[in-house]
Design a protein around this ligand. Structure first.
Ligand SMILES: NC(=O)c1ccc[n+]([C@@H]2O[C@H](COP(=O)([O-])OP(=O)(O)OC[C@H]3O[C@@H](n4cnc5c(N)ncnc54)[C@H](O)[C@@H]3O)[C@@H](O)[C@H]2O)c1
Length: 284
């Protein structure tokens, strides 16, 4: 049976077929062609089955976000399907899931390559969303000069930056803070350069503690500071993927047509409570 007779449909792309990304995609993909990319074949099978049986037009692609050639091929595949109007990047690893080097390779450098790869194929009027994290607002050893370098250095040269030599990213937690800060900074740069030149917008969204399997890995890790964050925060609770999806829809949609190169922090006020001295990392 042919469920949709429309041709030349807009393409919406998700890189990282996890909890948060799929929640966002569900809200923006009706009537569009979905391309789902992930390193995990199992995740792709599960998520594409859910999408297919919910009435979406979905294709999958195995992509390694740590590999620039794989990312380029993924972006080219997306462009071959039609005008790419939405790109959502949620492939990532959290501190309890990976060593510092992998967090830098995936969450920072891989994300930088993904921003570039899609900056080369977005259709005019398209929009991108990179899911960063509230940790991008947390104290780090980065100087102003480091931040400028993280924003503007070509992706292929990022690994050589002095601030990524290991001294400022020795633990997975420190690496995650630097990587997510870099996501925010590089999106600002892309909005003003490659993405802007294609008349496409790009923003970051920085979630706080959002309950997903990834978050449970953090909750179960020894020495986690999440309870202290929740207790000190104005919201006094964790967030849900639906709350992230609602904000994602806004940032990707026409009501946000004048918003590019910015970050939306959705953390229940955790960063506000840190700034007000009610909570500090390391204090439970
Ligand atoms: N859940 C939270 O509380 C939270 C808070 C702040 C930020 N984040 C960030 O949001 C993003 C999504 O988080 P989530 O909770 O939906 O995670 P998730 O684990 O459900 O999804 C991440 C997906 O990325 C995929 N992936 C991992 N390595 C990859 C690679 N090399 N190439 C391609 N795909 C790869 C995984 O297979 C998985 O499907 C991550 O970047 C995470 O750091 C999460």
């Amino acid at each position: 049976m042919i469920l949709d007779r429309n041709e030349n449909k807009d393409v919406v792309v998700l890189l990282g077929a996890g909890a948060m990304g799929t929640a966002i995609l569900r809200r923006v993909a009706a009537g569009k062609r979905i391309l789902l990319g992930d390193i995990s074949e199992k995740a792709l099978e599960r998520v594409s089955h859910d999408f297919q049986y919910s009435g979406y037009d979905v294709q999958t692609y195995i992509v390694d976000a740590c590999d620039p050639a794989s990312l380029k091929a993924f972006a080219e595949k997306a462009a071959s399907l039609g005008p790419v109007k939405v790109f959502v990047m949620t492939a990532g690893a959290s501190p309890s899931q990976a060593k510092p080097e992998h967090i830098i390779a995936l969450d920072l450098i891989g994300t930088a390559y993904a921003i570039d790869a899609f900056g080369a194929v977005m259709a005019p009027g398209g929009a991108g969303l990179v899911v960063a994290s509230q940790t991008g607002y947390m104290p780090s050893a980065l100087t102003k000069e480091d931040e400028q370098a993280l924003a503007m250095t070509p992706a292929a040269e990022l690994a050589k930056l002095p601030c990524l030599d290991g001294s400022k990213t020795a633990s997975s937690g420190a690496a995650y803070i630097v990587a997510k800060r870099a996501n925010q900074l590089r999106v600002q740069a892309a909005a003003a350069t490659t993405w802007g030149e294609r008349r496409a917008r790009i923003n970051t969204l920085s979630p706080g503690i959002i309950v997903t399997p990834l978050a449970y890995d953090e909750f179960n890790a020894p020495g986690n500071t999440y309870q202290g964050m929740i207790d000190a925060s104005p919201a006094r609770r964790t967030g849900t993927i639906d709350e992230i999806a609602a904000a994602g829809v806004f940032l990707l949609g026409p009501d946000a047509g004048f918003i590019t190169g910015t970050d939306l922090l959705i953390d229940g006020g955790v960063i506000a409570s840190m700034r007000a001295g009610k909570f500090a990392l390391g204090r439970r």
